[in-house]
Design a protein around this ligand. Structure first.
Ligand SMILES: Cc1cc2nc3c(=O)[nH]c(=O)nc-3n(C[C@H](O)[C@H](O)[C@H](O)COP(=O)(O)OP(=O)(O)OC[C@H]3O[C@@H](n4cnc5c(N)ncnc54)[C@H](O)[C@@H]3O)c2cc1C
Ligand SMILES: NC(=O)c1ccc[n+]([C@@H]2O[C@H](COP(=O)([O-])OP(=O)(O)OC[C@H]3O[C@@H](n4cnc5c(N)ncnc54)[C@H](OP(=O)(O)O)[C@@H]3O)[C@@H](O)[C@H]2O)c1
Length: 452
C-alpha cells in the first residue's frame, strides 16, 4: 500500500533506478519518467535517448566492488573493470530483480517541471501530457551535454571538429583511421580516446593537448584495482596523505614531465583522478605526442602554447560536460558554471519539494553514493528523518563548499567533488542525527496532544 507524498523521478539511469528502489522499499508512491526505451542511461551504448557518452571500447574505471550497489553486488564472474555492455546488463538485472520497471514510463521525457503554488511540481511530458506531483527527484545525469572550449580557440579549423561525447570508435561516426588526430583535454575521456586511436595501425599520429598537467594514475597498484588500495589510513590529514601519495607516485610511476606532459600545477588529489594504464607507454612509444595548450587554428594547422605547429585532420575535444536541466526555467534551478549548491549534495537550499540524486563527482564510483542519497530521501519522505533547519543547512553547505573549492584546482569540472568514503560516513552520521530530530519532533507533538 502506497502512502505519503506522490513522488516523480526524472531518469532511469543508475541514479534514478536506485531512487525508484529506495522509494518503493519505503512504500511511497513513485512514478519515474525515462526518455529512453530502457534503464541504464549512459551505460547503454547508442542509447535511443541520444544522450549516452559511451564509446564501443568503454570500460568502467571505478572497480566493480566500489561501483556496485550495496543492495545488489555485481556477479563475482565480472572482471574488475567490466565493459559498458556488462554494466548496462547489471543495471537491467537490478531493475528486474526488484521489479522496478513497474514504476518507470519509458520513452517519456519530462519537458517542463513547473513549481505549483502550494509546493510540488507540474510536469509536462513529451507528447503533451501533464501530471502533478508533491515531490520531484531529479536524476537526469550530468555527462550528456558536451562542453566545448569556452572561450572558443581563436581562428578557424578546416578539418573535422568533434566532441568526445560523439565518439563511438575509430570508424564511427567519422572515419579517423590513418588520420592525424589531436585530442584536447586530460580527463578520462581524453585518455581512453587518445589511447584507442594511438594504437599502432589506427591513426597516423595522435597528439594530446593539455592546458594543465595531470597525475595519470594506473588502474592497478599492488595487484589490486587502485581504488581498493587504502595504504594511507583515512585519519591521516589530507596534506600528509597528499605528500605520501606523491612519494609513492614518484617511486612507482615517475614524474608526469618524464613522459613529455606538462608538470602538474597542483598536487596529487587536487584534481579529479585521471586513470590510464595505457597512456604513458603510448607516449613512451611515440604513438601519442604530448602537446601543451592549444592556442590557435588556421586551416589544417594548429598552434600550441610552446609555439609549435602541427598539421591535423581532426580535433576531438574531450573537454567535459555541462550540468543542465532543460526542464527547469532559470528561476527554479540554474547552475552557474556547473555549480549548484545543495545540502548534502542532495537538497536545494531554497526548496523542500525537490532533491537530486547522483549530482556529484565522486573520487570513486557514484552508484553507492546515489543509493545512500536515495535511502535518505525515502526516510525524509516517510517522516523518519528530519532535515536540520534551513540556517544550519546553509551554514554546513557553505562550509563544505569552501573546503571543496580550497582543495581542488579551479575548473568547471571541480564544482561538486565528493570523497567516496568520507561522504558515505558523513551521510550515515547525518541520517542518525536526522532520525533523532524526527523522534524529538514526534515526541513533542505527542506531548502537546496529551496536554490539550
Ligand atoms: C564516458 C564516461 C564514463 C564514465 N565512467 C564511470 C565509471 O567508471 N564509474 C562511475 O562511477 N561513473 C562513471 N561515469 C559517470 C556517469 O555519469 C555515471 O556512471 C552514471 O552514468 C550516472 O548515472 P545517472 O543515472 O546519474 O545518469 P545517466 O546514466 O546519464 O542517466 C540519466 C537518465 O536520465 C534520463 N533523462 C535525462 N533527461 C530526462 C528527461 N528530461 N526526462 C526523462 N528522462 C530523462 C536519460 O535518458 C538517462 O537514462 C562515466 C561517465 C562518462 C561520460
Ligand atoms: N573509463 C571511464 O570510466 C571513463 C571514461 C571517460 C570519462 N569518465 C568519467 O566521465 C566524466 C567526464 O570525463 P571527461 O574526461 O569527459 O571530462 P572532464 O573530467 O571534465 O575533463 C575535461 C578535460 O578537458 C579539459 N578542458 C576543459 N576545457 C578546456 C579548454 N577550453 N581547453 C583545454 N582543455 C580543457 C579539462 O582541463 P581542466 O582540468 O584544466 O579544467 C580536463 O582535462 C568524469 O567523471 C570521468 O571520470 C570515465
Amino acid at each position: 500500500m502506497n502512502r505519503g507524498p506522490r513522488v516523480a523521478v526524472v531518469g532511469a539511469g543508475a541514479c534514478g533506478l536506485t531512487a525508484v528502489k529506495a522509494l518503493t522499499d519505503a512504500r511511497l508512491s513513485v512514478q519515474c519518467f525515462e526518455k529512453g526505451d530502457r534503464v541504464g542511461g549512459n551505460w547503454v551504448f547508442k542509447n535511443k535517448n541520444g544522450q549516452s557518452s559511451a564509446y564501443r571500447s568503454l570500460h568502467i574505471n571505478t572497480s566493480r566492488e566500489r561501483m556496485q550497489f550495496r543492495d545488489f553486488p555485481m556477479p563475482k564472474h565480472y572482471p574488475d573493470y567490466p565493459r559498458h555492455d556488462l554494466i548496462a546488463r547489471y543495471f537491467q538485472d537490478y531493475a528486474d530483480a526488484f521489479g522496478l520497471e513497474r514504476q518507470i514510463r519509458f520513452e517519456t521525457a519530462v519537458e517542463r517541471a513547473e513549481p505549483r503554488a502550494g509546493g510540488g511540481f507540474r510536469l509536462t511530458l513529451a507528447g503533451g501530457g501533464v501530471e502533478e506531483f508533491d515531490f520531484l527527484l531529479v536524476a537526469n545525469g550530468h555527462h550528456w551535454d558536451p562542453a566545448w572550449p569556452d572561450p572558443k580557440i581563436p581562428g578557424e579549423f578546416s578539418g573535422l571538429e568533434m566532441h568526445s561525447h560523439a565518439y563511438l570508435d575509430p570508424d564511427e561516426p567519422h572515419a579517423l583511421r590513418g588520420k592525424r588526430i589531436l585530442v584536447v583535454g586530460m580527463g578520462n575521456s581524453a585518455m581512453d580516446i587518445a589511447c584507442e586511436l594511438g594504437h599502432p595501425g589506427v591513426a597516423a599520429q595522435v597528439f594530446l593537448s593539455a592546458r594543465r598537467g595531470a597525475w595519470i594514475l594506473p588502474k592497478y597498484a599492488f595487484g589490486k584495482p587502485i581504488d581498493q588500495n587504502s595504504i594511507i589510513p583515512g585519519f591521516v590529514p589530507i596534506g600528509a596523505r597528499r605528500a605520501l601519495a606523491e612519494i609513492w607516485y614518484r617511486l612507482v610511476v615517475g614524474r608526469p614531465e618524464d613522459f613529455g606532459l606538462p608538470k602538474p600545477d597542483h598536487h596529487l588529489h587536487q584534481a579529479h583522478p585521471t586513470l590510464s594504464s595505457d597512456l604513458l607507454p603510448r607516449l613512451g612509444s611515440g604513438d601519442i605526442l604530448a602537446k601543451p595548450a592549444l592556442v590557435g587554428l588556421e586551416g589544417r594547422q594548429v598552434r600550441f602554447a610552446d609555439g609549435s605547429v602541427e598539421t591535423i585532420d581532426a580535433i576531438i575535444y574531450a573537454t567535459g560536460y555541462n550540468v543542465r536541466f532543460p526542464f527547469f526555467s532559470s528561476d527554479v534551478v540554474a547552475p552557474k558554471g556547473n555549480d549548484l549548491p545543495l545540502f548534502l549534495r542532495i537538497f536545494p537550499l531554497d526548496r523542500e519539494d525537490l532533491a537530486f540524486v547522483g549530482l556529484a563527482q565522486p573520487v570513486g564510483a557514484v552508484m553507492p553514493l546515489a543509493e545512500a542519497q536515495a535511502k535518505l530521501i525515502a526516510e525524509l519522505l516517510s517522516g523518519h528523518y528530519d532535515l536540520p533547519d534551513s540556517a544550519e543547512r546553509k551554514r554546513r553547505t557553505e562550509r563544505e563548499r569552501a573546503e571543496m573549492f580550497a582543495r581542488y584546482v579551479p575548473s568547471r569540472r571541480h564544482t561538486m567533488q565528493l570523497d567516496y568514503d568520507e561522504y558515505l560516513l558523513g551521510l550515515a552520521a547525518e541520517t542518525k542525527a536526522g532520525h533523532a530530530r524526527a523522534r524529538h519532533r514526534k515526541a513533542r507533538a505527542t506531548r502537546s496532544e496529551d496536554a490539550s
